[in-house]
Design a protein around this ligand. Structure first.
Ligand code: ADE
Length: 230
């Protein structure tokens, strides 16, 4: 069993790379795929870069060239749910791309036209393992629900209100929904685990820098707890 681990930014993958027993490294599409052993699991760790296109390319390479059996996307997110604060963890039960809009053809916002699903559901077993991993931690407040993805850093309280009302989203980020779509198309189990670095409101960019290290640390610990049970 090989697990693909995707983080969008170097800050999100660096702590994992430090723990990796690297066996081989391959560069494709400008991304470094680090193959090796992490906490007794065969993994490929990769920094995808930010946004949906990067994440989609990265996920498809993991599937085609590394034959991964599952994909885990970790990193930070903007809190959207009322009770979600910086540092809290959000495990995606499902994901929707909030910037997909073909309402002109009568589709619901977020619906990818002519696709047979509205949302992308995370794998039940990986979900269970993610929840258990959070429960092992002291002081880890975690939520399970919908994460929405779009090619926008959200720093606007009206926009979070909209994401909450339109999609019942708990958090927003810029890659998960696209990792999820590629996994869905290839029938590969996946889960997205994020930790809130900000509240996606007017001060989001400032909170983001302050809370990012805490948020990154959370997702690394969860991943460690999770991999130890795989
Ligand atoms: N990742 C972390 N914070 C975010 C935000 N506010 N919007 C989009 N992606 C994010």
């Amino acid at each position: 069993m090989t697990i693909g681990i995707i983080g969008a930014m170097i800050e999100e993958v660096e702590p994992l790379l430090k723990e990796l027993k690297l066996e081989r490294k391959l560069v494709k599409a400008g991304m470094e795929f680090n193959h090796g052993e992490l906490w007794n699991n065969k993994v490929v760790i990769v920094k995808s870069g930010i946004g949906k296109v990067n994440a989609a390319v990265c996920t498809q390479i993991l599937i085609d060239d590394f034959n991964v059996d599952a994909v885990i996307n970790v990193g930070v997110a903007g809190g959207v749910g009322e009770d979600v604060y910086p540092g809290d963890v959000i495990i995606a039960e499902n994901l929707v791309q909030h910037d997909m809009d073909s309402t002109a053809f009568g589709d619901k916002r977020g619906q990818i036209p002519r696709l047979d699903t509205f949302d992308f559901k995370c794998d039940e077993t990986l979900l269970l393992k993610s929840k258990r991993a959070c429960e092992k931690m002291n002081n880890c407040k975690y939520f399970v629900g919908r994460i929405v993805t779009g090619d926008q850093f959200i720093a606007d309280s009206d926009k979070i209100k909209w994401l909450s009302e339109e999609f019942s989203a708990l958090a927003c980020e810029m890659e998960g929904g696209s990792v999820a779509q590629v996994c869905y198309l290839n029938d590969i189990p996946f889960v997205v685990i994020r930790s809130a670095s900000d509240n996606a409101n007017n001060g989001a960019h400032m909170d983001y820098e302050k809370f990012k290290p805490i948020a990154v640390n959370n997702s690394v610990t969860i991943l460690k707890n999770m991999l130890e049970t795989m």
